[in-house]
Design a binder for this molecule. Structure first.
Ligand code: SF4
Ligand code: SF4
Length: 206
């Protein structure tokens, strides 16, 4: 198929909402990360309570603020156990929170890849089934082609990227104002103790 004809169309297979079935393909430390901002978690908790379903999330991207002895939470992630998939995923109909699903799910199969400590870029997630099927055609695509192939998802990925940039800026602003101090070098032992003992502070931006 010519690249110019290629248009992303979700296969509704649910792989992106589930733990990999063949765990042998992944090492034992593999963690599936679907990032969730604190305000997204609030919204999902409300829906889960209304539907009486057991939503579980865990802190994911966190920084230790050594000035206030607090753990700053930027994102959480879904716990996919024990069902092996997101609690909002229904194998018969797919995502049941389609209208309000998190940024990461709206943008998928586009994701944000870290290029250095402060910068991220939009990339294609190769674990998507559709990407796998078109892997050879997609291997060499540049950002303009990605924009055309994933027209709707690209807009969502740009919004996702903007939100991340705002969060990074907020952290830097708080540091510049000496409201927080993020440890750039910290031993894993100290960090583990802090994770257990320090209070939490969610960082939220609109
Ligand atoms: S919120 Fe919807 S799209 Fe996102 S992981 Fe859950 S079921 Fe899948
Ligand atoms: S893995 Fe890809 S094709 Fe399958 S449901 Fe998710 S986004 Fe769609």
């Amino acid at each position: 198929m010519e690249l110019t004809e290629l248009k992303y169309e979700c296969l509704k297979c649910g792989i992106c909402c589930s733990l990999p079935k063949n765990r042998r393909c992944y090492n034992s430390n593999y963690i599936k990360r679907i990032p969730l901002y604190p305000e997204e978690v609030d919204r999902l908790i409300k829906i889960a309570e209304e539907r009486q379903i057991p939503l579980k999330v865990k802190e994911d991207l966190v920084f230790p603020d050594i000035l206030n002895k607090k753990i700053l939470i930027l994102t959480y992630r879904f716990i996919l156990e024990p069902f092996g998939h997101c609690v909002f995923y229904d194998p018969k109909i797919g995502c049941t929170v389609h209208e309000t699903k998190p940024f990461a799910c709206q943008a998928y199969p586009l994701a944000l890849k870290r290029i250095d400590a402060f910068n991220l870029e939009i990339s294609i997630d190769s674990t998507c089934n559709w990407i796998d099927k078109h892997y050879n055609a997609l291997k060499e695509v540049d950002i303009n082609r990605i924009r055309n192939i994933f027209s709707e998802e690209f807009k969502k990925a740009e919004a996702f990227l903007r939100k991340n940039k705002k969060l990074q800026l907020e952290i830097r602003k708080m540091e510049a104002e000496k409201k927080i101090e993020i440890a750039r070098q910290i031993s894993s032992n100290y960090f583990s103790k802090a994770l257990k003992n320090w209070d939490r502070n969610e960082i939220r931006v609109n």
